[in-house]
Write a protein that binds this ligand. Sequence first.
Ligand code: IPM
Ligand code: MG
Length: 372
Amino acid sequence: MRIGKETMKANSINAATRAFRVVGLPGDGIGPEVYAAARRVLGVLERRFDLEIRLDEQLIGGAAIDATGDPLPQETIDACNDADAALLGAVGGPKWDGNPAEQRPELGLLRIRAEFNLFCNLRPIVTHPALHSFSPIRPERLQNVDLMIVRELTGGSYFGKKWRNDDEAEDVCRYTRAEVQRVTRAAGRIAQQRDKCITLVDKANVLETSRLWRAVAHRVIEDEFPDVQIENLYVDAAAMHLLTRPADFDVILTENLFGDILSDEASMLCGSLGLLPSASLNDERFGLYEPVHGSAPDIAGQGKANPYAMLLSLAMMLRYSLDCADEAGALESCIHSCWADGILTTDLHPDGFTTSEVTDRVCERLAVTAEQ
Ligand code: IPM
Ligand code: MG
């Protein structure tokens, strides 16, 4: 699946050997632990497939603040400019909670999204039968759930004017026609490769930005994607319907803050936030790939982190930025076979495996799969 205007042909260093440059951004909390899992899996992919991935590890978030005073150092930006993709663990933690706004780890993430114009955030929600019993939602509602949240990622209240004094504060939610058009086009292209149905989630009964979204998104879909249907749903109702009839959704298109909230909610359909990958894309080849979960400081350093969200993000990177769809599929199949065999971390199972034990199993299976 491609979302770019032009095909997202990866800019490989050497097409014959399929060599790529990837910036590794371990970050904070459990970030370095899940990143280490991805690095090991990449090693197996390289050995078993005709691939060479040059990993350039750089700083972001709290780790970058501690080392350089800046949550997104220029060196990290420069490295991403030279790369096909970036793979991020997580940012943030209590250590930096009291920092002023410009010294917060999360700002590193927001700035990299803005710097590379990563306006299209894809968060696939696919339930797997082996995990149905771990979801708080009734199993019969989890059959055939396969939806894609397309979250606008570089606008809205995250990036609008902000100020605060002792008594008042403001976060302006602003969207332009062009911002809505480009993410709607991305959602339209994705929908064309799926069940061709977009649900636009907004609060158009209250918010002017939502009314602009409705007008612009409908126009784009009607004019440019006549084979795609678009329906509207208020965000409060969407929060409920996601739990009561999740299998009815195909593509959910929504603004930045609503997408943030709904994607955490939707993770419960899969069983754990530790299973959800994401891709943040622009109209070119570069993409930032990261698990949806955060830095989880409460379990950091204990070997408890669930590496699957990161490994599925790695699969998305292979597919969307490196043009390695077969390798992505092989990795996803290994992950699904591990789930079927109960190879899970403690967020899902009390007697679960450690992060590195899960990674061992995925690596073993991937090596065998690749040989076939
Ligand atoms: C996410 C995260 C981020 C966001 C935070 C860490 C800034 O929650 O990617 O969902 O709100 O976008
Ligand atoms: Mg979030």
